[in-house]
Ligand binder design. Structure first.
Ligand code: NAD
Length: 318
């Protein structure tokens, strides 16, 4: 089945960018968010606002959700006027939120009981890559649902991985975010040692960038930390959700993951101190305050821009 009418629910920092990519590819886009003001820019570009999840379901065949928490996803699926009411065998639901694998599987069974189809497809690579259409997409579910979704996914992102049964993509996504979060915390400590030693932080940034300690997080998030804006387009509430979801998995499998426990504690302190909508990168402020030293350097941008040209997505095969 070819889908021409696409619904998008959840137009936040990253959701709005993903929705915009669909619009740029000339699909008919129908949008909904609890907060209507998030839709203004997309409506000006041709998207159609709908007043409820149910109206999205009624007007589309493919529905994408990009929501801040498993609770929000449950609400969108199960509440009155939610997806469950009118979804049927013409529909494909693509879940792009970073969510709880167990809840994902439970909700997918409900949706499938209505004859509809489900694919999970969380994204990874940050807001700047969401904006440029170069974000990575991890997908799982029935292969035929992946094949149906691919034309849309290849407009939203660049590297698209299919990794098997439902639950796999959500698990992989929280595992990779766990690694990114550890990186972020350790970058704060590494830069602080350099600064205390008297190394200019611009040199430190580039020294790390060309050496074995380099990482995606360093190349991107370190820049907005050094600038002082911390503006990475990803907020502390979401970071806490993600490290919490990873920790839940370590408990599920009785893995004595000491780093995960410590990291959850630190991120929850960050949430308490700086608030839900502070940027996740603000977590290094804890160290900056403890040391009474800031990690600033000149010539770093306040926001990240992906300078890679927009490319049509490809499936990663191995
Ligand atoms: P966000 O918090 O900026 O936005 C979430 C949006 O969902 C808000 O506009 C909110 O009003 C809306 N919403 C909440 N509950 C709703 C409901 N019941 N019905 C309709 N709309 C509702 O989040 P974001 O940064 O766009 O991230 C969305 C998802 O993508 C999260 O699961 C996040 O972990 C994941 N993600 C984010 C990034 C990033 O860089 N921001 C990157 C990869 C993945």
């Amino acid at each position: 089945m070819i889908d021409h009418k696409i619904g998008f629910i959840g137009l936040g920092n990253v959701g709005s960018k993903l929705a915009n990519n669909i619009l740029q590819a000339d699909y008919n886009l129908f949008i909904y968010d609890l907060n209507k003001s998030t839709s203004n820019e997309l409506v000006n570009k041709g998207a159609v606002w709908k007043n409820s999840v149910k109206e999205i379901v009624d007007n589309t065949s493919l529905i994408i959700t990009c929501l801040p928490s498993p609770q929000a996803v449950t609400e969108v699926v199960e509440s009155k006027l939610g997806m469950i009411e009118n979804i049927n065998n013409k529909h494909l639901w693509i879940e792009m939120s970073t969510t709880d694998e167990k809840e994902m599987i439970r909700l997918s069974k409900l949706i499938e009981s209505k004859g509809a189809n489900v694919l999970e497809a969380p994204v990874t690579g940050g807001q700047h890559r969401a904006e440029s259409g170069n974000i990575s997409v991890l997908t799982a579910g029935k292969r035929e649902n992946f094949d149906r979704a691919f034309p849309i996914l290849s407009e939203i992102g660049f590297q698209v991985l299919y990794c098997g049964k439902l639950g796999n993509a959500s698990t992989l996504k929280v595992a990779t975010n766990y690694l990114a979060s550890i990186n972020l915390l350790s970058i704060g400590e590494a830069l602080m040692v350099c600064k205390k030693y008297g190394i200019d932080l611009k040199s430190a940034y580039h020294g790390i960038r060309i050496s074995s300690g380099n990482s995606f997080v360093h190349e991107t998030e370190s820049q907005v930390i050094l600038n002082g804006s911390y503006d990475v387009g990803f907020t502390m509430d979401l970071a806490c959700k993600d490290v919490g979801l990873f920790d839940k998995l370590t408990d599920k499998f009785n893995i004595p993951a000491a780093i995960s426990k410590l990291m959850n504690k630190i991120f929850n302190e960050g949430l308490e101190k700086y608030g839900k909508r502070s940027f996740s990168t603000s977590i290094v402020k804890i160290l900056e305050e403890q040391c009474n030293v800031n990690l600033r350097a000149s010539d770093f941008p306040s926001q990240l821009i992906d300078y890679e040209p927009r490319k049509k997505g490809i499936e990663i095969k191995f």
